[in-house]
Write a protein that binds this ligand. Structure first.
Ligand SMILES: Cc1cc2nc3c(=O)[nH]c(=O)nc-3n(C[C@H](O)[C@H](O)[C@H](O)COP(=O)(O)OP(=O)(O)OC[C@H]3O[C@@H](n4cnc5c(N)ncnc54)[C@H](O)[C@@H]3O)c2cc1C
Length: 263
């Protein structure tokens, strides 16, 4: 039975609603440190064999062995960095937080471990179409959610569906933090997007943006045409940017989509 349903967006009419979340099990098949303090983990779907999800959605993972006692097993959410047509292996890009419960669990389990998850969750999804420019503002591992969205935009662009300008502002601390550059560059090129990286602590040879993405995005507002914003990552960035965009006349409901990873 298909898990797709029909939903209604107040701004854009009818569109296929995201698949319904359900429990599933996946096996850790690869884990690699891709930048200091950042790991990429791949989980092969086991039961069922693939997950139907939309670009931008996340899963909830049980980040402990099944509890012997009554305590519920702690859970954490992770955006799916895989392309949405590759639901047999789920990739995640995880900031390893010192002493973090999930971070310790995900970095200590051995390859071959089965992890219980539920998903796909969330409504941080690309609108079915855009009246104007598409603008992504991502900090840190927030780019994980943007990667499949860029892939989806690339596919739409190739079929002539999306022709407007697409802008991606990615905020990080320093050069060494940047990961998955080749893959991101490829996705950006296919989507016909412009990528600007902003570092808050760049080295002397850094030639792209400096500082936080909030002022950089606001400075570019005047040149944008009917933009739709997708903001993901640091919750404080999202709160501030949302407030500033609204105060400049951007419509909160129809033009801003957000996913906060933490406060
Ligand atoms: C919808 C959703 C999607 C998410 N997707 C991702 C993802 O793709 N990749 C990812 O790394 N995290 C993601 N997170 C955050 C993730 O769920 C955990 O909070 C994070 O991994 C820390 O868990 P922990 O148990 O190791 O540490 P905890 O002890 O629970 O957290 C310690 C502190 O770390 C900070 N923190 C949490 N996440 C981050 C982060 N990503 N970058 C910097 N500081 C952080 C917060 O201040 C938090 O209070 C997502 C969260 C949500 C709600």
């Amino acid at each position: 039975m298909s898990r797709l349903a029909i939903g209604r967006s107040p701004s854009v009419g009818y569109y296929p609603a995201p698949p319904m979340p359900a429990p599933f099990t996946a096996e850790l098949v690869a884990r690699e440190t891709i930048a200091p303090g950042i790991a990429e983990l791949s989980f092969a779907m086991r039961e069922p064999a693939r997950l139907d999800f939309k670009a931008g959605q996340f899963v909830s993972m049980a980040v402990d062995a099944p509890a012997a006692g009554a305590d519920p097993v702690p859970r954490r959410s992770y955006s799916i960095a895989s392309q949405s047509d590759a639901g047999d292996v789920l990739r995640f890009i995880v900031r390893v937080i010192p002493d973090g419960k999930a971070s310790e669990y995900l970095m200590s389990i051995s390859l071959g471990s089965l992890v219980r998850m539920t998903g796909p969750h969330g409504f941080f999804l690309l609108d079915p179409s855009h009246p104007g420019d598409v603008v992504f503002g991502a900090t840190g591992t927030g780019i994980a959610a943007v990667m499949p969205m860029l892939g989806e935009l690339g596919r739409r662009r190739e079929s002539g569906q999306e022709t407007r300008r697409c802008l991606l502002l990615w905020g990080m601390r320093q050069e060494a933090d940047l990961f998955s550059r080749q893959e991101i560059d490829r996705l950006v090129a296919r989507a016909g997007a412009e990528l600007h990286i902003f570092l808050t602590a760049p080295g002397p040879h850094w030639t792209d943006g400096r500082g936080r993405i909030t002022p950089a995005l606001l400075e570019r507002l005047a040149e944008m045409v009917a933009p739709t914003f997708y903001l993901v990552g640091n919750g404080a960035m999202i709160t501030e940017l949302k407030r500033e965009l609204i105060s400049r006349g951007i419509n909160r409901k129809t033009q801003i989509r957000t996913e906060a990873f933490f406060d």
